[in-house]
Design a protein around this ligand. Sequence first.
Ligand code: MG
Length: 176
Amino acid sequence: MTEIDPSSSAQSAGLSQRYGIGTDRHRLEPGEGLILAGVQIPCELRAVAHSDGDAVLHAVADAILGAAGGTDIGDLFADDDPQWKDLDSSIIVERACQWSAAQGWKPVQVDVVIHLERPKLAEHRDAMKAALARQLSIPVDCVGLKAKTGEGLGPVGEGLAIDTMAVVQLQRAGEK
Ligand code: MG
């Protein structure tokens, strides 16, 4: 991914916060569980994916890259590259954080929405929030996470897909 010249970036325009949005979708098929926000979710489904299929971390990584003025995780991890087969998606977020740090930004807040018909995620919500907080090195009360169903409608409602959305706030690295 192309490095940004700080002299032409928002830093020189005096911005101290940046916001990014990321979304993701994976098809679901019968399997031995989902991984969401780095947390194992026991169920009889799996996400169809080249990586571990963690739709939460993929949306978060894209939001981080977007806020820092980058593009998307496909730039860092091509989905047809054999070396990224079954990749642990925490590495994707780590790389996104490293890239944003190189531009002078660090995450300070994240808010995530998961659209999934089943399984219900309420019992895993605290674990997912804690995992996101650890991954981004932010307090857990700076992590939002909501799980919603598709009300029986569309690919999510029919149990064929998981959709996710994340919004991330970045702050200039070094600022409190
Ligand atoms: Mg994905």
